[in-house]
Design a protein around this ligand. Structure first.
Ligand code: SF4
Ligand code: SF4
Length: 833
């Protein structure tokens, strides 16, 4: 929240209410002697005490002592130690600890304001929702489900609605803008059964817990620690310490631990690894056990809870967009974020000020404390985990190695140390033997399900009421859905262990929900995630799926709780599709490249183009695939907003047009992504070399798939400016090609590339040097091949432009880039055009 500068006097930091000379663009983290020992600074000649206080500060991989950059680290990963690169004359420093007491004294006023505001927010939120709970109990009219009423009104009026409270203590639904205009308090829900402070072992949740104890009576909230099963060992110890500390102060404060009924390794074995597009572990191991543990006594009904959590905007663009009180992932959860605007320094200052214990993992250099292995952490985190907690990490890395080999991934060591497993979910699950296929031919819905885990009748009660008569191998019945009756029949083919389920003339909605019933029946591994979404307590998952027909209101929340209706089905799709996707994308272009002349013809009049164009039929298919991967067209082959923007620029600005296209292709096209990550600047190649390299890396392909993809890529280089203007293909001797660097990047091209990268990573703070790391697999250097000097110069131009889309701090050894939270890749481009 406050601006930060170094404080040479204390060796710490100072807070300011506005930007002053020397303001840091990124919040630093304190560095302790344990991290320096881990980096072997003691063996390299540095002297420092083994003390409680921090010794210096780090911003990403740069280390600062009393306002001066003293060294950087490079190259750490799960297998390799970090290399320390000293600044000149900093090879043998003698460090004094930060004077924490003085630093706190200097920051006293700002910390007081920050804490008071957060405590007031927690207190007011508690009073507001505890008050609504009382109103619901005392005023009969308030028993109504106001959330459902607001949702219905919203659907009808197509206007955002809000729940507000009247003077007479009853609630009302009004348009949100009107409520805001009148300055009225908005309620996310009227019924809160419990207040929680969620605890994760990390610094942010520790601060929120402490603030809650200062704002809410200890009898009125609970602390729940979600143990995911692959917690860092010190987080478990910290939980014990924290519990002891507060129990002494507030004996009636309730603490508990939430765990899934199965171990995380069992889930890895059943549904494969989590990946950064599908972090199932958060839902299955963390949130579902937490909220499932809050069932109301005697009923199976989910309690409605308001959780005070440690979400902070600094951590990602997405989090920055959160409202301070909003609906959570599950329908029964409301989240409040008391420290949403705090920065990391303020969090640490709070911990120092209140003498709260610091998780050991921070002392060893972790910037965020999460699980032992996580798709969202970094190679640096892997290094710390493997050095400090190697025994606990081993079962996971063993599986990564074994499954990478099973998936025929070449160079397994690199695949793991470069963390490519986080993009490519892998696994060795029996569930891949389960196969589901659907057909909507002849006005019938037909599902063919092979090797299902469960009977379809386990989940059918959630859909609607039904009757069924079972005879021999065929069941006949009818579904009562949405006021209509639909006949169905189900035929078992025992020898194939499969069944065929047919429903006649279903509505679109019925057909959609039937697919979900089928997916759940085929793939359910009893993870319990969808049980949390059931509002009536009708659904139980463990030990077996059971839907209490007397309680089920057919709200379909359990069927809509996840993509495909089931997290397990979605995981299996990811593992199965990984190769299939590559296959499809490799095959999609046939042998045709992305030609500039076709694009020009298309952009002149996209609608007319599909009626009449100069392309052959096979070329049209290839071109459609390129348009989709370049994000010019959507999956329905319609021009996107990005495509509309290209229409404005392609005639006058060739460089920008193809910089943008190449950036998009690098994320969506297997062959382009492979090329930019495997062929270095200055490297020679020809068609055969590329084919050989791809095959060596074990990408599955049938027949001429790889050869065709390479042909399409080479054609793209030959027939579009990607080859000779962006220098992907510089023809040296008439035979071999060389990938060249590119120095003519446009400002808009660089800004778009940065926003796109940030969107994919979920961050808005970046560093120039990170793009030149071996680990970086996208961004302006890897994709467009621009040098650091050109990168910096273009950043400076963007930084000083009138319509500034980013802040670049490049002086004094800094190389940080902060993107605007109100822009994304498209709006940034719009603003620059
Ligand atoms: S979520 Fe809705 S449809 Fe599913 S079991 Fe519960 S009440 Fe029934
Ligand atoms: S149906 Fe899917 S999401 Fe629901 S409990 Fe089973 S595995 Fe989990």
């Amino acid at each position: 929240m406050y601006k930060i500068t170094w404080d040479k006097e204390t060796g710490g930091v100072l807070l300011h209410s506005r930007i002053v000379d020397g303001t840091l663009g990124t919040s630093p983290r304190p560095v302790f002697w344990e991290e320096l020992d881990l980096l072997k600074l003691n063996e390299l000649g540095w002297k420092y005490p083994h003390c409680e206080e921090p010794l210096l500060w780090a911003i990403n991989k740069q280390y600062w002592y009393r306002g001066e950059l003293v060294f950087e680290v490079k190259g750490a990963n799960i297998y390799d130690e970090a290399t320390v690169v000293f600044q000149p004359r900093k090879e043998a420093l003698k460090l004094k600890p930060v004077n924490v007491k003085k630093m706190l004294e200097n920051c006293k006023e700002y910390m007081f304001l920050l804490e008071s505001e957060a405590i007031e927010f927690i207190h007011e939120t508690y009073i507001q929702y505890a008050g609504s709970r009382k109103s619901v109990q005392s005023v009969a009219a308030n028993q109504l489900d106001y959330e459902a009423l607001a949702a219905r009104a919203e659907k009808k009026s197509k206007t955002k609605m809000a729940i507000v409270k009247e003077d007479c203590d009853s609630f009302e639904i009004v348009p949100l803008d009107k409520a805001e205009e009148q300055g009225r308090k908005i309620y996310q829900t009227t019924k809160i059964d419990k207040f929680l402070a969620s605890f994760s072992g990390g610094k942010d949740s520790q601060v929120v817990l402490d603030l809650c104890t200062r704002a809410i009576p200890s009898t009125d909230f609970e602390v729940i620690y979600s143990d995911t099963g692959y917690e860092l060992p010190p987080s478990l110890f910290l939980y014990e310490d924290v519990q002891k500390h507060y129990k002494e102060l507030y004996p009636d404060l309730k603490f508990s631990v939430a765990r899934n009924h199965e171990s995380v390794l069992n889930y890895w074995d059943k549904i494969g690894t989590p990946s950064d597009t599908h972090r199932w572990c958060c839902s299955i191991m963390k949130t579902a056990p937490l909220y499932r543990g809050l069932k109301q006594d005697g009923t199976n009904k989910q309690a409605k809870v308001l959780t005070f959590d440690g979400v902070r905007a600094e951590e990602s663009v997405k989090r920055g967009a959160y409202m301070r009180v909003g609906k959570g992932k599950h329908t029964t959860i409301t989240n409040a974020h008391p420290i949403i605007n705090w920065n990391a320094v303020e969090i640490f200052l709070y911990l120092f000020k209140h003498d709260l214990p610091i998780n050991e993992a921070y002392r060893y250099g972790k910037a965020r404390v999460g699980c032992l292995i996580c798709p969202f952490s970094t190679a640096w985190d892997d290094m710390i985990a493997s050095k400090r907690y190697g025994t606990e990490l081993k079962p996971f890395t063993e599986r990564l190695v074994a499954w990478s080999k099973d998936s025929k991934i070449g160079k397994v060591d690199e695949f793991i140390k470069e963390r490519r497993w986080k993009i490519k979910a892998i696994g060795n699950t029996d569930l891949v033997k389960t196969a589901v296929s659907f057909s909507d031919a002849n006005n019938s819905f037909t599902a063919t399900v092979k090797n299902p885990l469960h009977s379809v009748y386990e989940w059918l009660p959630a859909l609607c009421e039904y009757t069924v008569e079972q005879k021999d191998n065929v069941d006949k019945g009818s579904l009562r859905f949405d006021g209509n009756v639909y006949d169905f029949h189900l035929k078992y083919e025992k020898e194939k262990n499969q069944y065929i389920f047919v429903v006649e003339n279903p509505s679109a909605q019925l057909s959609f929900l039937l697919r979900r019933v089928i997916y759940k029946s085929a793939y359910c591994v009893h993870c319990e995630v969808c049980e949390v979404d059931c509002p009536t307590g009708a659904l139980s998952i463990v030990p077996n799926v059971y839907i209490d027909k007397t309680k089920c209101i057919h709200c379909h929340k359990c069927l809509n709780s996840h993509d495909l209706g089931c997290i397990s089905a979605d995981c299996v799709r990811m593992i199965k599709n990984m190769n299939n996707n590559e296959e499809t994308k490799i095959q999609g272009y046939k042998t045709f490249g992305f030609r500039e002349e076709w694009l020009q013809e298309y952009l002149v009049d996209p609608e007319y183009f599909w009626k009449s164009n100069s392309l052959g039929t096979a070329q049209v298919d290839g071109f459609k695939a390129w348009l989709k991967d370049a994000e010019i067209n959507d999956s329905k082959n319609k021009l996107t907003r990005f495509g509309e923007l290209l229409q404005q620029i392609y005639v006058d600005d060739t460089n920008l047009t193809w910089e943008l296209i190449l950036t998009n292709l690098s994320y969506n096209s297997f062959i382009v992504n492979w090329f930019v990550n495997n062929i270095k600047i200055g490297q020679e190649y020809d068609r055969k070399i590329l084919e050989g390299m791809i095959n060596e890396q074990g990408y599955s392909s049938k027949g001429k798939t790889v050869a065709n993809a390479v042909a399409a890529l080479i054609q793209t280089f030959d027939y579009s400016p990607i080859g000779d203007t962006l220098n992907m293909s510089m023809n040296t001797d008439g035979k071999n090609n060389v990938r060249g660097g590119y120095e003519e990047i446009t400002k808009a091209g660089l800004a778009y590339s940065l926003y796109k990268y940030a969107e994919k990573k979920g961050v808005h703070s970046l560093r120039v040097s990170d793009f030149y790391n071996d680990e970086c697999t996208s961004g302006p250097f890897r994709v467009l091949g621009i040098s650091k000097q050109v990168f910096n110069n273009t950043l400076k131009a963007l930084n000083s432009a009138n319509n500034r889309v980013l802040i670049a701090e490049l002086a004094m050894g800094l190389d940080s880039i902060t993107l605007r939270e109100d822009l994304n890749s498209i709006s940034c481009l719009e603003s620059l055009l």
